[in-house]
Ligand binder design. Structure first.
Ligand code: HEC
Length: 231
């Protein structure tokens, strides 16, 4: 898939017809606002801040994050398409998403991706619950949507925890496409096999009642430097 397929797009009325699936999922300005917010688990010792004016090293880190997110976004879309064409919906619910995705191979002396996450204000899998820093990113996107602004295409955050290297987090908003609605669409319109599989595996599910092009959540990549920098 060409790189520009992942470039964020700004909403225009004819957009749906022109979007590639990835551009639709990793899109800026297309999402409609959201409803309820999940509680962030407390992490009192964690400090986080937005990186407003990144230096050259930080720009490199952010770029690594954005490229990795593009790859994760493509993998997510391709996997959904593959699973939906090859499996029954109940098995598909068990298989998704990205359970076997590997972190990029680290390169000596370069920043490395240490974690990948998908999170949302409405989660299906409690493992994806936002922590305090994730929640700040989710709220920032929610607020820009609430104010009818295009959401940020990328968010770049510095997270400091005692006795751990600085963690740089890169986030990107993702949207829901038609394919996603089979499992994240209106609750009463979901097929019975999806409803029962979701109820069995995710009794606390909140990730339904989306419409196509709604904002779904964030893909996040965490990066550390080869040697921890103080700032
Ligand atoms: C066959 C059902 C199915 C389809 C189709 C599907 N999902 Fe999911 N989705 C799930 C399941 C099951 C989970 C919870 C498991 C996990 O952590 O991935 C989930 C979780 C997620 C999460 C993580 C946050 C959370 O709620 O736990 C995101 C983000 C997500 N889906 C986005 C999408 C997008 C975007 C699409 C369309 C490209 C899509 N899903 C299509 C079943 C599905």
């Amino acid at each position: 898939m060409p790189d520009d397929a992942a470039v964020a797009v700004v909403y225009t009325p004819g957009m749906k017809a022109r979007l590639t699936p990835l551009a639709a999922v990793i899109a800026g300005g297309v999402f409609t606002a959201l409803a309820s917010a999940a509680e962030a688990p407390a992490a009192p010792s964690m400090k986080f801040s937005w990186v407003e004016n990144p230096d050259a090293t930080q720009v490199g880190i952010r770029t690594l994050g954005e490229r990795t997110i593009d790859r994760i976004g493509s993998a997510l879309i391709m996997e959904v398409e593959r699973v939906l064409t090859t499996q029954g919906l109940d098995t598909a619910v068990e298989e998704l998403h990205l359970k076997n995705l590997k972190l990029p191979r680290p390169v000596d002396g370069k920043p490395r991706v240490v974690a990948m996450k998908r999170t949302s204000l409405r989660i299906r899998n409690p493992d994806n619950a936002p922590d305090a820093a994730d929640m700040a990113a989710l709220k920032l996107v929610a607020e820009s949507l609430g104010g009818d602004e295009p959401p940020p295409k990328v968010l770049f955050q510095k997270v400091e925890t005692p006795d751990a290297p600085v963690e740089w987090r890169v986030y990107r908003p993702i949207a829901v496409t038609e394919h996603c609605l089979l499992c994240h669409g209106k609750g009463d319109s979901l097929q019975p096999s999806v409803q029962s599989a979701v109820a069995r595996h995710f009794p606390e599910d909140q990730a339904v009642n989306y419409s196509a092009y709604d904002w779904r959540g964030l893909i996040r990549v965490s990066i550390t430097e080869p040697m921890s920098r103080a700032n």
